[in-house]
Ligand binder design. Structure first.
Ligand SMILES: Cc1cc2nc3c(=O)[nH]c(=O)nc-3n(C[C@H](O)[C@H](O)[C@H](O)COP(=O)(O)OP(=O)(O)OC[C@H]3O[C@@H](n4cnc5c(N)ncnc54)[C@H](O)[C@@H]3O)c2cc1C
Length: 388
């Protein structure tokens, strides 16, 4: 067993770190200032400019196949890069990416949706959640009825990331109620905003926010079916599956950053004539945070490795997401506590991180649903203890 990163993994990680330090980190104070003034953190044009700079650095399409101009990096390397991104408070991500399920598009759809999304000329969103179906995604109701060469969509989606900015949505709809969602009764559609869906921004405790999407007799040509009829739920689960190692990878970076802030503060802030870091209460918070951070790193890299090995990643990714999301919430909470009253102010980005990471325990599989998956795998014997 070798825990060391390969030279190539280290080189990619260090180059990503250097790019972020040089081009992205300097924007942090401005981003925080804008957010305090209730302005967008980063304008789309600014993000694009950064992404094009990163492209010159060699970073374009971390997960995009090389035939589409991407880097097609192994999941472990992608995980390392998402950790680097997490260390910076600017809401930056590398460009040249498209939703993993857009590769199920046919050739015409690839030209119309996939390629412009990779290029950054079109913005997509993925919509499965509904007001009555979140964790229980198999309970979706948004319907698609075939009328001649078209499908007519009616219903509502909610909490859709990018839903207010996207110019097309990948929508999972019920096409055959009798078959049921798990029995092939759903289909994914590529639905342009011009086809008639409406979106409304949802305010959340985080910066930015998702949107609700309303479909009222939205007519979608049959050529806009993504993949096969009946494949909607399967594609939806594939989309969600990816986030299960990306989200905690990002969380590791956030935890590293705030824990370093806590260590620095513990060494410099004095009470009762000595640095607060000399108190066991503070030391234990720091120690527990590092242990949990490193445990999460192992689980997350193990889950990404399973993806690279072509192993079924469900169990390991569920553990990585469950533990990684909990870990970053606990570490941010302790870092905030170590900063005392200052931690609670908007002078420092800790309260922002606190609000941001709370989401990690909810989206793309709540803590409770992940526990359900992990325990069911064991109870039903899909996974044997000690053989993950
Ligand atoms: C900011 C944000 C962005 C999002 N982005 C997207 C997106 O881009 N696309 C998309 O389709 N969706 C998106 N979502 C939706 C997200 O995936 C759902 O919110 C999530 O799956 C939980 O569903 P719910 O909110 O309906 O909660 P519910 O399913 O109503 O759950 C409520 C609570 O009950 C618990 N619970 C539910 N069932 C059980 C059970 N059987 N046993 C034990 N506990 C249970 C849950 O864990 C949770 O704590 C986003 C959500 C947010 C907040």
């Amino acid at each position: 067993m070798d825990f060391a990163l390969t030279d190539e993994q280290k080189a990619v990680r260090d180059t990503a770190r250097a790019f972020i330090a040089k081009e992205v980190m300097p924007l942090e104070q401005e981003v925080l200032r804008r957010e305090r003034a209730h302005q967008p953190s980063l304008e789309p044009g600014e993000l694009r400019e950064l992404q094009l700079k990163a492209k010159k650095f060699g970073f374009w399409g971390l997960s995009t196949p090389q035939e589409y101009g991407g880097m097609d990096l192994p999941a472990v390397t992608q995980s390392l890069i998402w950790t680097e991104i997490g260390r910076c408070f600017v809401p930056f991500r590398f460009g040249g990416e498209a939703d993993n399920i857009l590769y199920f598009a046919d050739e015409d759809q690839k030209r119309e949706y996939l390629l412009p999304t990779i290029a950054g000329d079109r913005v997509s969103c993925f919509a499965i959640t509904e007001p009555g179906a979140g964790s229980d995604a198999a309970n979706i109701k948004l319907s698609a009825r075939q009328v001649g060469d078209e499908w007519v969509l009616n219903g509502e989606k909610t909490f859709i990331t990018n839903g207010n900015d996207a110019d097309f949505a990948i929508v999972v709809a019920v096409t055959d109620k009798d078959k049921g969602v798990r029995g092939g009764g759903t289909t994914a559609f590529l639905v342009d905003r011009e086809m008639g869906w409406k979106s409304e921004f949802i305010q959340t405790m985080g910066e930015g926010g998702p949107a609700s999407l309303v479909f009222e007799d939205v007519r979608v040509p049959a050529r806009n079916i993504l993949g096969e009829i009946g494949q909607g739920f399967t594609l939806g689960m594939k989309w969600i599956g990816k986030g299960r190692y990306v989200i905690p990878s990002n969380g590791i970076g956030i935890a590293e950053r705030v824990l370093q802030m806590a260590v620095d503060h513990a060494n410099t802030r004095e009470t009762f004539g000595r640095p607060i870091g000399e108190n066991q209460a503070i030391q234990w918070m720091i120690a527990d945070s590092e242990v949990e951070l490193e445990a999460a790193r192992m689980l997350v890299l193990r889950a990404a490795w399973a993806v690279d090995q072509g192993l079924e990643p469900r169990h390991s990714s569920s553990m990585a997401k469950l533990y990684g999301a909990g870990m970053v919430n606990r570490v941010v909470d302790r870092a905030l506590q170590i900063h005392g009253g200052m931690g609670y102010t908007r002078e420092l980005p800790l309260e922002r991180a606190y609000r941001q990471v709370r989401l990690y325990r909810i989206f793309e599989g709540t803590d409770e649903m992940l526990r359900l998956i992990i325990s069911r795998d064991l109870l039903r014997g899909y996974t044997k203890l000690g053989q993950v």
